[in-house]
Ligand binder design. Structure first.
Ligand SMILES: Cc1ncc(COP(=O)(O)O)c(C=O)c1O
Length: 312
């Protein structure tokens, strides 16, 4: 039985660490690694779906490309090629023999050496894959606007999927949970809507989709891109990439969050105000349904996004 991240994780047998498959218990690094002290690391979150005797990994190459973009933003060189890491993911999935949905976490961080701030310590690279079920409730979540703000992009590269950046998302997610909400929505430094603690945001208004643009303050989400493609190419729905005001959220017809872990999560309430009918919206449900087919490689046009690893 796959578990949610917050629940007890069922540890897999093997982890890929610095070029080799090692047993879970041997996947260790030193307590003095630079990445632990200063957050000098980058990572990815990728989903694999178990279907018809195979794990189907969604947009693996796109996730790896983003990992390298994030690394470049923080002066880090990952000592493997994208192709090597893609092969490593496939091998790891195969040796673990997963027979349920999984979440794959590649991570690269500065290791042991100097503890100086300008240190360019050797980069350690690992890939962990765990059994993983639903992250947010697929029939509707309740959100709050976080009291923590997204810093401006000129403070540090907030667009990098860097470990240091996730203190903010940890705090906002925990704050939401402490207040009884399912998820937090963050505003940016100028007060515009940015994203969830681990998801991009879309609103539906008068039949069109609106979402904040990339390089405004958001992570360039791969699910976000998938949803834009579904809307434009399959549904003929217009998508506007523009900034959104907080008040606009409260009067949207529908809202949903998108993310690898969250998939398509309908937002049914924000700060105690029901969104639209107070239930998952029709367009949201349509996109959710198509997304589930696409990740399983069931729609020909997007089959190229799915890498299959057969599990004997
Ligand atoms: C802060 C943040 N925004 C957005 C996303 C969604 O990105 P993706 O759809 O690529 O998973 C994530 C998850 O990776 C995230 O952590």
């Amino acid at each position: 039985m796959a578990k949610n991240l917050e629940n007890q994780i069922v540890w897999p047998r093997y982890v890929w660490l610095n070029g080799a498959i090692v047993e879970w218990g041997n996947a260790k690094v030193h307590v003095f690694v630079h990445g632990l002290h200063y957050g000098t690391g980058v990572f990815e979150g990728i989903r694999g779906y178990y279907d018809s005797g195979a794990i189907k990994i969604f947009r693996l190459e796109d996730h790896m490309k983003r990992l390298y973009r994030s690394a470049k933003m923080i002066y880090m060189e990952i000592p493997y090629t994208i192709e090597q890491l893609i092969e490593a993911v496939k091998e790891l999935v195969q040796v673990n023999g997963f027979k349920s949905d999984i979440y794959i976490r590649p991570i690269a961080f500065r290791g042991l050496g100097s503890f100086g701030l300008r240190a360019r310590n050797p980069v350690e690279t690992a890939i962990i894959a765990i059994e993983f079920g639903k992250y947010l409730k697929p029939d509707g979540i309740r959100c709050m606007i976080s009291s923590w703000r997204k810093p401006s992009g000129d403070s540090f590269p907030i667009e990098a999927k860097a470990t240091a950046n996730y203190l903010l998302y940890h705090l906002s997610s925990l704050e939401a949970a402490n207040h009884g909400y399912d998820e937090a929505i963050l505003l940016d430094a100028e007060g515009y809507v940015s994203e969830g603690s681990g998801e991009n945001i879309f609103i539906v208004k008068n039949g069109v989709l609106i979402t904040p643009p990339v390089y405004s303050s958001i992570l360039e989400g791969i699910t976000r891109d998938t949803v834009i493609r579904i809307a434009r190419e399959m549904l003929g729905v217009e998508v506007f990439e523009r900034r959104i005001r907080r008040a606009e959220l409260y009067v949207a017809d529908e809202i949903f969050l998108t993310g690898t872990a969250a998939e398509i999560a309908p937002v049914i309430e924000i700060d105690g105000r029901p969104i639209g009918s107070g239930k998952a919206g029709e367009l949201t449900k349509k996109i959710q349904e198509l997304y589930q087919q696409i990740v399983l490689g069931k729609i020909e046009r997007y089959r190229k996004w799915v890498v299959e690893v057969s599990i004997p």
